[in-house]
Write a protein that binds this ligand. Sequence first.
Ligand code: ZN
Length: 113
Amino acid sequence: MAGLTVGYMACPMCGKDGVAVKVNQKGHLYHYCPAPADGGCACGNQSRSSSGDERIAAKINKWAKPEYRQKLKVALVVPEPEIAVAPKIDDEEAPLPVKPAASGGSWFDKPLF
Ligand SMILES: [Zn+2]
């Protein structure tokens, strides 16, 4: 299984799509972004745990074979992100503009001395 490409993902560092996600010798997932000359950033992620595998698998946007997806999804316990619902705001009247405090008039109106 080592070196097997299970799918492709967008690089989480630079966003380059189509980065291969592979299985290492210990059965965990990893990916390496191509070199900058090839449009990537040369960053990589390597999982050392099933938790890391789940997180990398969750980023895969194209699977090499459907059975890889099913196999990894079985162990996948990544919770769906909760969709934040904006609180309903009642229409309110805009606050009235604050009048500047009466300062006793302009200093032009007062004698200088
Ligand atoms: Zn990258």
